[in-house]
Design a protein around this ligand. Structure first.
Ligand code: ADP
Ligand code: ZN
Length: 209
C-alpha cells in the first residue's frame, strides 16, 4: 500500500499453494511493521500444529510468535484496541466469518494481513479465501516450484487418499505441482495406495511406524 492518509485500515491477502512462501511473506511484512514500532498481533488456527502452538513457522524455518484462534470470531475477541497491524496465517481454516471479521478490523482502522490457501487439494476454491480476495485492497498470489518438473506450481498435490477437505500435515502428505503435473484424482483413489501402507500394516497387527 503506497499512500494511506490518516488512520485508515485495509486488508492485504497473500494466497497460493503450499510451499509458495505465504508464511515467509507474512512474517516479512509483520517483522517490518514491528521494526516501524507498530503494535502487531499475530494469529493462527488451532488446527495447524505443524511446528509449534505459539509460533508461525515457515517451511524454511522462519518463525514469529503467534496467538491461537479456533475460529475467526476469536481473532476479533483477542485483538486489543491499540493494535495497529494484525497478521493471520492459514486463514482458510478459520471459517466463513473470516470475511466479516477482517472487514470489521479494517473498518476500525487496522491493517489486516491474511495468508492462506486459495484452492484445496482438488484445485477448487477454498472458502472463505476467494470471498476475502473480493473485499481486499491488495492481493499477492505466490507460486511454488513444481517438484516434478520445476515449473511454477499453482497446485497443492495431496499424496494420501482422503476425501476430507482438511487433512493437516506437511511432511510427505502434500507437494507443490504445476498445472501439467497436478493429478486431481490421487486423493480420491479407491484402490489402496502405497502412501497408506503404514496404516494398513497397523490394522493387520504390525508396527505402525
Ligand atoms: P507456505 O506458507 O506457502 O506453505 P512457507 O513460507 O512455509 O510456504 O515455505 C516456503 C519455503 O518452502 C521456501 O522458501 C522454500 O525454502 C521451501 N520449499 C520447499 N519445497 C518447495 C517448493 N516445492 N517450492 C518452493 N519452495 C519450497
Ligand atoms: Zn510440473
Amino acid at each position: 500500500m503506497d499512500i494511506v492518509k490518516g488512520n485508515m485500515g485495509w486488508i492485504e491477502v497473500i494466497v497460493g499453494p503450499m510451499f509458495s512462501g505465504k508464511s515467509e511473506e507474512l512474517i516479512r511484512r509483520l517483522r517490518r511493521a514491528a521494526i516501524a514500532r507498530q503494535r502487531v498481533q499475530i494469529f493462527k488456527p488451532k488446527i495447524d500444529e505443524r511446528y509449534a502452538a505459539d509460533e508461525i513457522v515457515s517451511h524454511s524455518g522462519l518463525g514469529i510468535p503467534s496467538e491461537v484462534a479456533v475460529k475467526a470470531e476469536d481473532v476479533l475477541a483477542q485483538v486489543q484496541p491499540r493494535t495497529e497491524v494484525i497478521g493471520i496465517d492459514e486463514a482458510q481454516f478459520l471459517g466463513e466469518e473470516l470475511v466479516n471479521v477482517c472487514t470489521k478490523l479494517a473498518d476500525s482502522g487496522k491493517r489486516v494481513i491474511v495468508a492462506g490457501l486459495d484452492t484445496d487439494y482438488r484445485g477448487r476454491p477454498f472458502e472463505p479465501m476467494p470471498r476475502l480476495l473480493s473485499v481486499a485492497e491488495e492481493i499477492t498470489k505466490l507460486l511454488a516450484i513444481c517438484v516434478r518438473c520445476g515449473n511454477p506450481a499453482v497446485h497443492t498435490q495431496r499424496l494420501v487418499e482422503s476425501e476430507e477437505l482438511v487433512v493437516v500435515g506437511a511432511g510427505g502428505m502434500y507437494e507443490a505441482r504445476c498445472r501439467r503435473c497436478f493429478e486431481q484424482n490421487i486423493a480420491q483413489a479407491k484402490e489402496p495406495s502405497p502412501f497408506l501402507a503404514p496404516r494398513v500394516r497397523a490394522a493387520g497387527g504390525g508396527s505402525a511406524k
